[in-house]
Write a protein that binds this ligand. Structure first.
Ligand SMILES: [Zn+2]
Length: 251
């Protein structure tokens, strides 16, 4: 377990002690499980979260993330399916060996952008490193649920499915593979009814929240507020769930 804000044990102790409510409130900070902190434009949309999963999409970005020294930021190094031709597996191995806290992402498959068969070998190579070094993966999955499920069933990787928006029928089998479902403001394009329905199927202990900043119009606070209203839950409870789950990713 990597300790970021508060250790997992500490959080459990706090959660089991209801008289410590004020303390819990204090420790439940915003978490953002998919951002691109080194992107041009991130400054304008910078997330106010206290725990951020910062992703890269191509090897030319990795050095800039290595240089980031901010304890709120968890580093994810990877080659996105759009840029699979640029992938540098040897260098990714070196990064993971040099930094025991480094994770892998943004990797994945995108049926709407290129050919899955061409993206697949680079995705599998990177997933194999997640498995070998025991690191979580931040995954881009567009139009390829079936293929993703087939791949993830054969691995033992903790996968965060970034900007997940369905289909609902895949939630159960993907949950059984150990996946986390990270929802982004893009989900707000759906009707309230559809959002409620989708979120009712995602298990509480697998839900994560992200902005994908700078690719977003709203910040994590506003997003969390909107989702709390739609689900009719306390903003604080949602914050706490997102924080707890973000920490479980590393347990
Ligand atoms: Zn992204």
């Amino acid at each position: 377990m990597t300790a970021f804000i508060v250790s997992h044990d500490e959080l459990c102790t706090l959660e089991s002690n209801t008289s410590n409510d004020a303390k819990i409130r204090h420790c439940a900070e915003y978490t953002d499980s998919h951002v691109h902190t080194i992107d041009v434009g991130y400054g304008e949309h910078s997330s106010s979260a206290k725990l951020l999963f910062s992703c890269t999409v191509r090897p030319s970005e990795w050095d800039r993330l290595i240089a980031v020294n901010d304890e709120r930021i968890v580093h994810f190094y990877g080659t996105h399916p759009w840029y699979y031709r640029e992938h540098d597996q040897k260098r990714l191995v070196t990064i993971l060996q040099n930094d025991p806290k480094a994770c892998v992402g943004e990797i994945g498959l995108d049926a709407k952008h290129g050919v899955l068969g061409e993206q697949m070998p680079v995705f599998l190579e990177q997933l194999a490193l997640c498995e070998k070094y025991g690191r979580p993966a931040n995954i881009h999955m567009v139009g390829c649920e079936n293929e993703m499920l087939r791949v993830l069933r054969k691995t033992n990787v903790t996968a965060i499915l970034h900007s997940f928006s369905g289909p609902e029928s895949y939630i159960k089998p993907l949950t059984d593979c150990g996946c986390y479902f990270s929802i982004s403001p893009r989900i707000l394009r759906k009707s309230e009814k559809n959002i409620k329905s989708l979120l009712s199927v995602i298990p509480d202990d697998r839900l994560l929240l992200e902005t994908d900043a700078p690719n977003t119009d709203i910040g994590i606070e506003e997003f969390l507020d909107k989702i709390s209203v739609i689900l009719d839950v306390e903003t604080f409870d949602l914050k706490r769930i997102a924080l707890r789950n973000a920490m479980y990713v590393f347990s």
